[in-house]
Design a protein around this ligand. Structure first.
Ligand code: NI
Length: 169
């Protein structure tokens, strides 16, 4: 089932997600819905926070469904290591139409539980490292726009306010 993706400015996007206690049928359903919603958007990552569920879960698939091995589900993820730095343009399904350059770690090792509750460790660099950090940020209530400073941030926030006032956000 597709779930609506919350947009920047929704207070639910700015809450800190809580750890998952047990992988219940509700959690499995949430995961299926998140994957379906991510592919439909289409996007390469989605955090539970973005569909209004404050739990520490995210999904990432750089292939957007083309490669079944590329789908990663992380429950209660935590960083094992973060190294280097990259600055690239990124966007977010919660801020459609906007992109900005954001500094992120260049290489990340992250661990979490998969949908069966088994511990998994994933390594990523480049875009994958960026996606891991971006989704982890969502679980801590941070959208990439919150990481911007100065004129770029003001410009995006102002445009979003304008769209909101016009009922187009
Ligand atoms: Ni995002």
């Amino acid at each position: 089932m597709l779930r609506p993706i919350l947009k920047y400015g929704d207070p639910l996007l700015h809450q800190t997600a809580q750890p998952v206690d047990a992988i219940t049928p509700e959690i499995t359903r949430l995961l299926d819905d998140m994957i379906e919603t991510m592919y439909a958007a289409p996007g390469i990552g989605l955090a539970a926070t973005q569909v209004g569920v404050p739990l520490r879960i995210f999904v990432v698939d750089l292939s957007v469904g083309r490669d079944p091995d590329a789908l990663m589900t992380l429950i209660n993820p935590e960083f094992v290591s973060r190294e280097d730095m990259q600055i690239e343009e990124e966007g977010c399904l919660s801020a459609p139409g906007f992109t900005a350059s954001v500094a992120r770690p260049g290489r990340i090792v992250i661990r979490g539980l998969d949908r069966a509750g088994e511990p998994r460790t994933h390594e990523g660099e480049g875009l994958l490292a960026r996606a891991f950090q971006h989704e982890m940020d969502h679980l801590d209530g941070t959208v990439f726009i919150d990481r911007l400073r100065g004129i770029k941030r003001d410009m995006i926030v102002r445009k979003i306010r304008k769209l909101t006032r016009a009922g187009k956000w």
